[in-house]
Design a protein around this ligand. Structure first.
Ligand code: PLP
Length: 470
């Protein structure tokens, strides 16, 4: 039988979880079932997902930051159709293709427009981690040094090099040994940074200007001082903007919040327009040429699928939509509204410890409440599992309000959202109302929301295959 995609989807829709249970990551399936995220989505548009029954879900997860321009946007859709219909040659490899050239040009122009004209050479790849791997190699080749510093609590990806930079022990367990020469320093500690830089062997300091895990960023001029120290000791500054880049924080690049002048910037996620994996990093031409330093080294760093036409048109379409629809400005405006709303919730609910917002990257951190009843509930849930509490909030946002969000870090009492940059006041207010309602429900102890915690733990421990309804 010839391959017929619509017929295949029609006939097998609903087998999603059993297929994954059988052939893919069944542990993830189990978690999705337990926390009530085991939906069968049939359609998606903009900021919304729809299940087979037509229920609408507000997507404040954005595929971990991929869908900045919203889901199924017509501009990349048309661009993909166009490139297919044009029968263009693709990945000839030993040619210099037009579309990758155009994407590189668009990125360099964008960096220049945001005050980063030093970033005038681009490498195209397929994912965030691959962009970070490239940055590691270019930093080493560009400086002739081997050591790499990153910040505590950071996340840079899960392949071996980027994992070695990731300052979060949770991801390390079971995968040692790591890339030699990688070390973390605490965010905010300039003395610790200088102590390492002074040794004169550090190729790069790699930072996320706004950290994905927990949405942490300095409130002071730490980054500016850190950059000055890097300059003094001949160390490159790499900004990993895989998550924070392309408007996510209300500026085209998060390094703009501190007026930084990075030597390398990594991008991915939103550059895909939500369709075809597309990663990139940009650097100074002088660094670039240290890698491709002779004719026989012209492909010492390369990737078969990097520069492919479909990825490049998605990159071009994403950049175009972000600009044409004013989505970076919208992210700043909606982020402001989100922050004001969350600060009001913080005043109302003592369990909210801190609100961290940069554009449409947002985290809410919770802390043990003072009132006696709630204190007991808090302690009970934390005794069951130190990472359980924020999962209750996330699960309840889904169960009661059909809103997708996420826990932000391991064993931290933090929830996080990454709404698409297209959201308006309707979506922001819906989220704020829903969070208000969930936080109000928490005051009922004993109550169904707290009971959910015990149910989760039981379900996880006994491995039952029954979905736990929240
Ligand atoms: N760097 C940062 C800052 C990220 O947030 C991520 C992914 O979340 C990565 C790198 C890795 O990207 P990918 O998952 O595309 O490999």
């Amino acid at each position: 039988m010839p391959f017929d995609l619509p017929a295949l989807v029609r006939s097998r829709m609903g087998e999603n979880y059993s297929l994954h249970q059988k052939y893919l990551n069944r542990t993830l399936v189990r978690v999705q079932q337990v926390i009530g995220f085991d939906k069968v989505y049939a359609r998606a548009k903009g900021a919304y997902l729809y299940d087979r029954e037509g229920n609408e879900y507000l997507d404040f997860l954005s595929g971990f930051g991929v869908f900045s321009i919203g889901r199924n946007h017509p501009v990349p859709q048309k661009a993909i159709r166009d490139v297919l219909e044009m029968d263009l040659p693709n990945m000839v490899q030993m040619d210099s293709a037009l579309l990758s050239g155009l994407l590189a040009e668009a990125l360099v122009k964008r960096f220049a427009a945001q005050g980063a004209s030093q970033l005038d050479a681009v490498f195209l790849c397929n994912s965030g981690t691959e962009a970070v791997e490239g940055a590691i190699k270019f930093a080493r080749a560009g400086t002739g040094r081997t050591r790499l510093l990153s910040l505590g609590n950071s996340f840079h990806g899960l392949s071996m090099g980027s994992l070695s930079l990731t300052g979060n022990p949770f991801f390390h367990d079971g995968f040692a040994p790591f890339l030699p020469g990688c070390q973390t320093v605490p965010l905010g500690d300039l003395a610790a940074l200088e102590q390492e830089l002074r040794k004169g062997d550090v190729a790069a300091l790699v930072i996320e200007p706004v950290q994905g895990k927990g949405v942490q960023f300095p409130k002071d001029d730490y980054f500016v001082q850190a950059q000055a120290l890097c300059r003094r000791y001949g160390t490159l500054l790499v900004c990993d903007e895989v998550q924070s880049g392309l408007g996510r924080t209300g500026k085209w690049f998060a390094f703009e919040h501190w007026g930084l002048e990075p030597d390398i910037v990594t991008l991915a996620k939103a550059l895909s327009a939500g369709y075809v994996p597309c990663g990139a990093f940009a650097t100074r031409r002088s660094i670039y040429q240290k890698v491709f330093s002779r004719l026989d080294r012209c492909i010492v760093h390369s990737s078969t699928f990097g520069r492919n036409n479909l990825a490049c048109v998605c990159g071009l379409a994403a950049l175009s939509v972000l600009e044409e629809e004013g989505l970076v400005e919208n992210a700043a405006r909606m982020g402001e509204r989100l922050e004001q709303g969350l600060l009001a919730l913080q005043k109302k609910h003592e369990i909210v410890k801190e609100v961290r917002v940069k554009g449409l990257m947002m985290a809410v951190e919770f802390a043990e409440p003072r009132s006696l009843g709630l204190k007991m509930a808090w302690k009970t849930v934390h005794a069951l599992d130190p990472g359980l509490f924020p999962q209750l909030v996330v699960s309840q946002l889904m169960a009661k309000h059909r809103i997708l969000s996420q826990v932000a870090a391991n064993n931290a009492d933090v929830i996080k959202t990454l709404p698409p940059l297209i959201v308006g006041t309707k979506e922001i207010d819906a989220f704020l109302d829903a969070l208000d309602s969930v936080l109000s429900d928490l005051r009922k102890f004993p109550g169904p929301l707290w009971d959910m915690g015990t149910n989760f733990v039981k379900a996880m421990r006994n491995g039952t295959e029954q979905p736990v309804s929240a």
